[in-house]
Ligand binder design. Structure first.
Ligand code: HAM
Length: 416
C-alpha cells in the first residue's frame, strides 16, 4: 500500500514555496532592521522545559505534546512552541553576560497534537521574535510595531490588533479566586474538562470552545479590573507607546492566551478572513518564565506568527512562483550535446534554464516550454548549428530571431 504523510503534517510543494520564501525573507529583513538576530534551536527538548515553562495545566501540556521516551529512558518532547526553548538557550549560553538585552528571532516547525482543520495542523511553522531582559513598556510597543510593520510589508491588510493585560504574580491570584467564585455557581454549565479546569486553572476556561462554557463565562469578572497599580501603569504606558507608534488597537478583556507564562501585556492579531482559526499571531510578556525553567529573574516579551495562516492571507494577485528564464529545445543528438554545454554555462551565470533530455519532437518540447511559462525558447537544430546560428523565440510576442552561436551566451545573458 502506498505510504501517505501523517494526518496534520503537510508537504509544502514547489508551487507554494515562493510564498513561504517571500514571507521568511521579509521577516528576516524587517526583524534584522529592528536589531534582532536569528537563533536556531533544537526541535527536541526535555519534556520538563515545556511542562514547567508553558504550565502543567494548559491544553498544550495536558494533551497536545508529542512526548516519548528515548532509548536512554529520557522523556523528550517535540517543541510545541519556541519561546521556552529560546529562553533556555539564552540561559544555557549565558547570553546575558554579553549584553543583558537580547533580541532574537527563530523560524521553524512546531508540533501539537490538535484536531486538524483549516489553519490548524499538527506540524505547523512559526516565525517567533523575543526580547529578553527589558521590563520597560516601550519594548512591548516596539515588538508590536515591528510585527505590524512586517504584516504590512508582506501585504496583509484588514487585521485587528487586540490587547489585554493579564496582571502579575501579585495581582493575578486575586483575580483567579474571583473567577473561581463566580464560576462555582455555574459549574453545572461547564463541560467535564472545564469542571476540572475550575480547580486547576480557571483562566483556561476562556479558551474552551464548548458553547455552554462560553455562556457561563460571558459575564465573568475581567482580569483588567483586578490588576494592581503597577500593572495598570505598565499597561497605560504600553497603550501610549502604541499610539505614539501610530497603531490602533482593540481592548479585548476576554483574551487570556493559552499558555500560563504570560504576565501583563497579552496581544493577538486576528483576521476575519480566516474562519474559526483566526489568530495569525499571538504574544505577550512573560516576566516569570525564566524563573519557572530554573533561571534568573529576567523579563521577556515576544510573539509567534503562524505561517500557514499568514500564507492563506497573502494577496491573491501576486506572483510568487520563480519561473525559468529560458528553455533550450535541441533537435538531434549533436544539438542536444551543444544544448547541454550551453545549459551548464548558463547555470554558472545564474540563468535559470532547462532542456529536454529525451530528444523529443520540437512540438512536444514547445508544449513543455509553454507549460513551464518560460519567456524565451532557444531552438538548436543541427542545420542551424552547422551555419553557426540558433533561433531565439520570444514566447509572449511569438517573434523569432536568428542569433550567432559565437556570442550566444552574452546575447542571452543580456536579453534575460
Ligand atoms: P500561540 O498562540 O500558541 O503562541 O501560537 C502562536 C500562533 O501560532 C497562533 O496565533 C497561530 O497563528 C499559530 N498556531 C498555533 N497553533 C497552531 C496549529 N496547530 N496550526 C497552525 N498554526 C498554529 C505561542 O506559541 C507563543 N509561543 C507565542 C509567544 C512568543 N508568546 C511570547 N513569545
Amino acid at each position: 500500500m502506498e505510504i501517505k504523510a501523517i494526518r496534520g503534517f503537510n508537504d509544502i510543494l514547489p508551487d507554494e514555496i515562493g510564498k513561504w520564501q517571500f514571507v521568511e525573507k521579509t521577516a528576516r529583513e524587517v526583524f534584522e532592521g529592528f536589531g534582532f538576530s536569528e537563533i536556531r534551536i533544537p526541535i527536541l527538548e526535555k519534556t520538563e522545559l515545556f511542562s514547567r515553562g508553558i504550565g502543567e495545566a494548559t491544553d498544550i501540556v495536558e494533551k497536545e505534546m508529542y512526548t516519548f521516551i528515548d532509548r536512554g529512558g529520557h522523556s523528550l518532547t517535540l517543541r510545541p512552541e519556541a519561546t521556552a526553548s529560546m529562553a533556555r538557550a539564552y540561559l544555557e549560553h549565558q547570553l546575558y553576560t554579553f549584553d543583558p538585552v537580547a533580541k532574537l528571532y527563530c523560524i521553524g516547525p512546531m508540533f501539537r497534537y490538535e484536531r486538524p482543520q483549516k489553519g490548524r495542523y499538527r506540524q505547523f511553522y512559526q516565525i517567533d521574535a523575543e526580547v529578553f531582559g527589558v521590563e520597560n513598556p516601550m519594548v512591548d510597543a516596539e515588538v508590536i510595531v515591528m510585527l505590524i510593520d512586517f504584516l504590512k510589508k508582506v501585504g496583509i491588510e484588514k487585521l485587528e490588533l487586540q490587547i489585554n493585560s493579564l496582571g502579575c504574580r501579585i495581582c493575578r491570584p486575586g483575580y483567579r479566586e474571583e473567577l473561581k467564585k463566580f464560576l462555582s455557581n455555574k459549574s453545572f454549565q461547564l463541560c467535564e474538562d472545564c469542571q476540572r479546569r475550575l480547580q486547576t486553572n480557571p483562566l483556561r476556561i476562556f479558551d474552551c470552545k464548548v458553547e455552554s462554557c462560553q455562556e457561563a463565562i460571558a459575564n465573568s469578572p475581567k482580569v483588567i479590573d483586578f490588576i494592581c497599580s503597577e500593572c495598570q501603569k505598565h499597561f497605560d504606558q504600553v497603550k501610549e507607546y502604541l499610539e505614539a507608534g501610530g497603531l490602533t488597537y482593540l481592548l479585548n478583556p476576554r483574551m487570556v492566551r493559552g499558555l500560563d507564562y504570560y504576565t501583563r501585556t497579552a496581544f493577538e492579531v486576528v483576521s476575519y478572513q480566516l474562519g474559526s482559526q483566526n489568530a495569525v499571531t499571538g504574544g505577550g510578556r512573560y516576566d516569570n518564565l525564566f524563573q519557572e525553567i530554573g533561571g534568573l529573574e529576567i523579563p521577556g516579551i515576544g510573539f509567534a506568527i503562524g505561517m500557514e495562516r499568514l500564507v492563506l492571507l497573502l494577496p491573491k494577485d501576486r506572483e510568487f512562483v520563480q519561473t525559468l528564464h529560458l528553455f533550450i529545445a535541441a533537435l538531434g543528438e549533436g544539438a542536444l550535446k551543444e544544448a547541454y554545454r550551453l545549459l551548464n554555462e548558463l547555470h554558472l551565470r545564474g540563468i535559470r534554464a532547462e532542456i529536454d533530455y529525451e530528444g523529443k519532437s520540437l512540438k512536444s518540447q514547445m508544449r513543455r516550454a509553454d507549460k513551464l511559462k518560460v519567456p524565451y525558447v532557444l531552438i538548436l537544430g543541427e542545420k542551424e548549428i552547422s551555419r553557426g546560428k540558433a533561433v531565439l523565440r520570444n514566447m509572449e510576442t511569438k517573434s523569432q530571431e536568428e542569433i550567432a552561436m559565437g556570442d550566444l551566451l552574452n546575447n542571452l545573458v543580456d536579453k534575460i
